[in-house]
Design a protein around this ligand. Structure first.
Ligand SMILES: [Zn+2]
Length: 418
């Protein structure tokens, strides 16, 4: 076991300690900050937090002392919605959109998700792993220590299993923690154009049994849109996934108000993600189903949309809002949670404190990991970052700066800028 750590000289120790449940309403603005704080770590877990005056006498010679130098310490961000495993980029489409084409026009012409599927199918498992491992560093440099990763660029039995094995391999590689989600219902692959039922049968009868045999996924997600996987189809896929023992997530109300939120509530999915088109009735529906909204403002931003989800109303009405990057090669090529926090404040008008709650403890609840992650409380895993600022609000304010100076996972330093 590594030496115990005492992190001292912390201007703001942002603990997010609080009730053992996802935070709602006014709780989302309370970060439980300790000024001039000290963090003790033993055996990879938080041993104690407190002010220097309270804790100093406990720092014996056995501790390695780390001086934060008057900077902020935050729990590692938990990014609950990413598509980090893929081959190639879509930078050509980025330029075409800059010239005026829309995402839908590019997709209809064979671009979009299907172009990434072609490249991902052509890549070997090792190639996908190396490309994704390089991207994990981008997350670390922004203070993120856990990411959910979806499959969904394979869309055949062999290629979906290949993606999920890469995600498992990434988790074992000693960098970030990763949580695998099966997203076979991301798009209809080229060979099933005009035969959605046939592709649905492949998902339900072949993919789900194979990936559960290998225990390759914790969750199943579905891109629920009328022209892709309409509500009836999403219900069949998600119900089969539940019977296979998977938790449920759903891409809902991104492009249209299609009934996906009602389905999420009916199935009591863990999350409904995107929600750019969700209205007040939809918010009420999510509340009834106990569904956590996962908001992805970087994708609305990247697509040049002015339509962001109604985050403030969701918080006011009592939903346990989550923020995530949606990192993917098409609609959100940013791995930066600080940039997402900035967009949350500038475009959705929620405060930096509410945004940090959404990106840490609430995100951990959405992945059923809050027993061990999402806040700095005794007994939890010591996943945290020292950020280069003395006021936590600067993390959202200086958008574009990679604020993390040192990042720790289970008390072990995994990234240092110097
Ligand atoms: Zn997504």
């Amino acid at each position: 076991m590594p030496q115990p750590l005492a992190v001292v000289g912390i201007s703001e120790l942002v603990t997010l300690s609080g009730p053992p449940r996802a935070r709602t309403g006014a709780e989302m603005g309370d970060l439980a900050i300790m000024r001039n704080g000290v963090l003790l770590v033993r055996d990879g877990r938080i041993e104690a937090t407190g002010t220097r005056a309270e804790i100093e006498s406990r720092i014996t010679a056995e501790y390695e002392v780390i001086d934060a130098g008057g900077r902020v310490v935050l729990p590692g961000f938990v990014d609950a919605h990413t598509h980090t495993v893929f081959a190639g980029t879509r930078v050509d489409e980025f330029e075409r959109r800059a010239r005026g084409e829309t995402y839908e026009q590019i997709a209809a012409a064979g671009g979009g998700i299907r172009s990434t599927v072609r490249k991902t199918r052509a890549a070997s498992e090792d190639e996908l792993f190396e490309a994704a491992r390089a991207r994990l560093k981008w997350f670390l440099r922004n203070g993120t220590t856990t990411i959910e990763i979806k499959s969904g660029y394979g869309l055949s039995l062999a290629d979906e299993l290949k993606m999920l094995r890469v995600i498992r391999h990434l988790n074992e590689s000693g960098s970030l923690r990763t949580v695998p989600t099966f997203l076979g219902a991301h798009e209809i692959p080229d060979e099933f154009r005009g035969d959605r039922d046939g592709y649905e049968r492949l998902i339900v009868n072949e993919m789900l049994p194979a990936l559960t045999r290998e225990k390759l996924a914790c969750y199943c997600d579905t891109f629920c849109e009328p022209k892709i996987f309409p509500v009836e189809s999403a219900r069949r896929i998600l119900t089969a996934a539940r019977h296979a023992g998977l938790g449920l997530r759903i891409h809902a109300d991104q492009l249209s108000r299609s009934g996906a939120v009602e389905l999420a509530s009916e199935l009591r999915t863990a999350t409904a993600d995107h929600l750019e088109q969700t209205d007040s009735a939809g918010i009420e529906t999510l509340l009834r189903g106990g569904v956590q909204p996962v908001l992805l403002p970087a994708s609305a931003h990247t697509l040049g949309s002015k339509r962001f989800p109604p985050a403030r109303e969701m918080i006011d009405r009592g939903l346990a809002v989550v923020l995530a990057t949606d990192f993917n090669p098409g609609s959100s090529p940013t791995p930066s949670m600080p940039f997402v926090l900035s967009l949350a404040s500038t475009q959705m008008h929620i405060t930096p404190a509410q945004a940090i709650t959404a990106a840490t403890i609430n995100a951990a609840y959405s992945l059923d990991l809050a027993d061990s992650l999402g806040s700095l409380e005794p007994g939890k895993l010591a996943d945290f970052a020292i950020h280069d600022c003395s006021d936590y609000r600067e993390i959202a304010y200086h958008a574009g700066v990679e604020p993390a100076a040192r990042v720790f996972i289970a008390g072990r330093e995994v990234y240092s800028r110097s």
